[in-house]
Design a protein around this ligand. Structure first.
Ligand code: PGA
Length: 245
């Protein structure tokens, strides 16, 4: 099945109002066979949406609850009101630093769906898990346990991000990525049947202009989730071009 590629950026805790200027050029990229989207710090979402209304802007995380006594959290409804269209959930930095479990991640994805937003759900193994030969088991277990109710390709994509490749300049080999994406798709097939064929599986972890072409055209790779290289148009646009090529 032909799946439209998605190149999504993730600014993490970087950027300010002035940096939104980078989005002017990014908003003009994509189209045709490649979609482009940008996940931003919550404080920048509304300003970004006002500046580049055609570029899908999202959050980097949302709460599972819609409202309540959760100091510091931002709900899917709040992201939606700010003009956001999606959120990342389950990024490894949140799984590690905020101790988010698969059940938490699942709840966050379901909250997005309740509010008509789409989700990028991240999974990935640590270096110790890879070195001990458990990478596939760990990642497919994460997919099984964090997959939300009603998971469907029109509102959910998976991002495979090996923890050891994030922000390190190291990437998995195209062959390892293809093998993991095939394992993830097999796990999805068990959970949601034929719908798995339409669901996009992105790769993330030190994607840049040099390695994007090889990674993005590995089998079963339907796009990229890009951290550091999403902060400037000069670094991000070649990745979008590589996806389109
Ligand atoms: P990186 O981050 O591209 O800077 O490695 C990827 C991510 O964390 O999504």
């Amino acid at each position: 099945m032909r799946r439209r590629k998605l190149v999504a950026g993730n600014w993490k805790m970087n950027g300010n109002l002035a940096s939104l200027a980078a989005l002017d050029a990014i908003a003009k990229a994509g189209g045709g066979d490649v979609g482009v989207a940008m996940a931003l710090p919550a404080t920048l979402i509304a300003a970004a949406v006002a500046r580049v209304p055609l570029l899908p802007i999202g959050a980097e995380d949302v709460a599972a609850a819609d409202s309540g006594a959760f100091t510091g959290c931002v709900s899917a409804a709040m992201v939606k009101e700010a003009g956001g269209r999606f959120s990342i959930v389950g990024h490894s930095e949140r799984r590690a630093h905020q101790h988010e479990s698969d059940a938490d991640v699942r709840g966050k994805a379901e909250a997005l769906h309740r509010h008509g937003l789409w989700a990028i759900l991240c999974v990935g193994e640590t270096l110790a898990e890879r070195n001990s030969g458990r990478a596939e088991a760990v990642v497919t277990a994460q997919v099984a346990a964090s997959l939300p109710d009603g998971a469907a390709a029109d509102w959910l994509c998976i991002a495979y991000e090996p923890v050891w490749a994030i922000g390190t300049g190291r990437t998995a080999s195209a062959a390892d990525v293809a093998a993991m994406h095939a394992a993830i798709r097999a796990q999805l097939r068990k959970a949601i049947g034929d719908e798995a064929e339409a669901m996009r599986i992105l790769y993330g972890g030190s994607v840049n202009a040099e390695n994007a072409a090889e990674l993005l055209h590995a089998s079963d790779v339907d796009g990229a989730l890009v951290g550091g290289a999403s902060l400037t148009a000069a670094k991000f646009l070649p990745i979008v071009a590589a996806a389109a090529a």
